[in-house]
Design a binder for this molecule. Structure first.
Ligand SMILES: Cc1cc2nc3c(=O)[nH]c(=O)nc-3n(C[C@H](O)[C@H](O)[C@H](O)COP(=O)(O)OP(=O)(O)OC[C@H]3O[C@@H](n4cnc5c(N)ncnc54)[C@H](O)[C@@H]3O)c2cc1C
Length: 491
């Protein structure tokens, strides 16, 4: 006799929600996703996808900035010809050139067409959202547009409709934190979700907060042509990341002309006639044309009936979950940013999938957060996986560490960059790879080799015996592994 189909209702259509929906549908459940703003969630519509699309352009600008050293002259005369070279593709357009350091044709700099760039960002986000909509439709998943709330542990209301479910997944994400004395107005004082509505590049952008989001946007806008001031309350930028990596990125920021204010806590942001003034705790003021606030995220868990349904929240309003995404109430799961567990799209998606595998009776492996690969999309990028140097220094892991600068790598020289390194951690004795840090252009792509080693418990010997292409940056990964190999007599 066949079992009745389980009814699954999912609040939120971001990666936590829509990936869960796909798994649940694959397992034969009847699935409804309730989404307020659009499928793909904030990840696709306002956060991850738009920011990385913007960074695709800023990365190219950064590369062009260093192109003279590679023998490229921008807007220079055509060799042997009489006609002057035109502007760089996309360099000028109907919106006119960008501000600040974006130079005019003939000055040797590419310029950014901000309206075109922002239009591309929005179009790409919409297209990605449409792709997600198509995938869910193809699997027969019902999508309800609107704000959902719990009216009981397994009862969800959307407008006038009430749906009873066997399984509920909360995947309502998070939103930027707002400071009482720095309220965004969407014009000059902005959250990261409001940048793409600007008609131009900020001339002088003050970024408050030097965590991942602050560092990524500071890096991007500096490359796009804004004059950026980064206000950091800590000693250095990216205070929670590998210290060696953060130092490299901060050096690059300064060299490219960014002003980095360390140990500077912003207390207030005021509008002025020409822009904004950011007030610091020590009395200094920082003027700018625009201010971007990146001071953390708050969970989207209030006012949707969670407490009334008996679901425990922590002090910050996040939904505590175990490693298979269960909340404190049986049958109710949670995934993604609303849980406060590593705020990454990949983690949200995995939490969502695991929730459905568990709820619908599939074999499931609890999430392994120690194996999550992550990247900070600054220029250069910082990619990490596995244990950290901090953990090694604190004695939490008995590991050997090797750090190889990329400045001596032949491919890096050919590509004209010298800022970056490869760091590898291996267990003392067994040589099993425990983690790594890559600081390089496209480190996000290079880290997979280390991720594979960590996931599959490979040893540095196995990594060292793996062929890498010559010349390549990944050759430095195998070289780092070679440096960690034990001499034969120690085996
Ligand atoms: C600027 C920025 C850049 C980022 N870049 C990256 C990156 O490069 N890589 C990466 O891995 N992560 C990145 N992240 C993090 C990533 O975006 C989040 O981890 C991811 O979006 C979390 O997915 P989610 O499903 O939990 O929530 P979301 O993507 O936030 O989706 C939640 C959805 O729920 C909806 N919702 C909320 N409440 C309700 C309700 N009551 N009823 C109906 N719908 C509701 C919302 O409208 C939203 O669409 C970035 C974040 C930011 C801010």
């Amino acid at each position: 006799m066949s079992q009745p189909r389980a009814k699954v209702v999912i609040l939120g259509g971001g990666p936590g929600g829509y990936e869960a929906a796909l798994v649940a549908a694959q397992l034969g459940a009847e699935v409804t996703v309730v989404e307020r703003d659009g499928l793909g969630g904030a990840c696709v519509l306002s956060d991850c996808v738009p920011s990385k699309t913007l960074i695709a352009t800023s990365g190219l600008m950064a590369a062009l900035d260093g192109s003279a050293g590679l023998g490229i002259r921008l807007n220079g005369p055509v060799p042997g010809g009489s006609s002057p070279g035109g502007p760089m593709p996309g360099g000028t357009g109907p919106g006119g050139p960008g501000p600040a350091k974006a130079g005019a044709a003939g000055t040797g700099r590419a310029v950014v067409d901000a309206p075109r760039l922002y239009a591309r960002v929005r179009a790409l986000a919409d297209a990605q959202s449409a792709d997600v909509t198509g995938r869910l439709a193809a699997e027969g998943i019902e999508v309800l547009a609107g704000t959902g709330r719990l009216t009981g542990p397994r009862m969800v209301a959307v407008g006038d409709r009430e749906i009873s479910a066997d399984v509920v997944l909360i995947a309502t994400g998070a939103r930027p934190r707002i400071l009482p004395a720095a309220v965004p107005d969407g014009d000059r004082v902005l959250t990261c979700r409001q940048l793409y509505d600007l008609g131009e590049l900020p001339g002088e952008l003050v970024v408050v907060g030097s965590g991942v989001t602050g560092a990524e946007f500071a890096s991007a806008y500096q490359a796009l042509g804004s004059q950026v001031t980064l206000v950091s309350s800590r000693d250095r930028v990216l205070p929670h990341e590998d210290a060696d990596a953060a130092v490299v990125v901060e050096e690059v920021f300064r060299r490219r002309g960014m002003t980095v204010l360390g140990r500077s806590r912003a207390t207030e942001v005021r509008r002025t006639a020409g822009g904004v003034t950011v007030l610091l705790a020590d009395g200094r003021t920082v003027p700018g044309s625009h201010c971007l606030l990146t001071v953390g995220m708050v969970p989207g868990t209030s006012g949707i009936g969670l407490e009334q349904a008996g679901i425990a929240l922590d002090g910050g309003g996040f939904v505590p979950v175990d490693r298979v995404s269960r909340t404190s109430v049986p049958g109710v799961y949670a995934a993604g940013d609303c849980t406060g567990v590593m705020m990454l799209a990949s983690v949200a998606a995995m939490q969502g999938r695991i929730a459905m595998w568990h709820a619908l009776g599939e074999a499931v492996q609890p999430i392994r957060l120690g194996h999550v690969a992550a990247t900070i999309f600054t220029e250069p990028e910082i990619a990490t996986v596995g244990i950290t140097q901090q953990a090694v220094e604190a004695g939490q892991a008995d590991a050997l560490v090797v750090k190889l600068p990329l400045a001596t790598n032949a491919r890096a020289k050919m590509q004209g960059f010298r800022d970056g390194f490869i760091k590898l951690f291996a267990r003392r004795g067994s040589g099993i790879v425990l983690g790594g840090v890559v600081v390089a252009p496209r480190a996000s792509e290079l880290i997979l080799a280390v991720s594979l080693a960590v996931e599959q418990l490979l040893t540095v010997d196995q990594m060292a015996h793996t062929f890498a292409v010559y010349p390549s940056l990944s050759g430095s990964l195998t070289e780092a592994a070679r440096k960690l190999m034990r001499p034969a007599e120690d085996v």
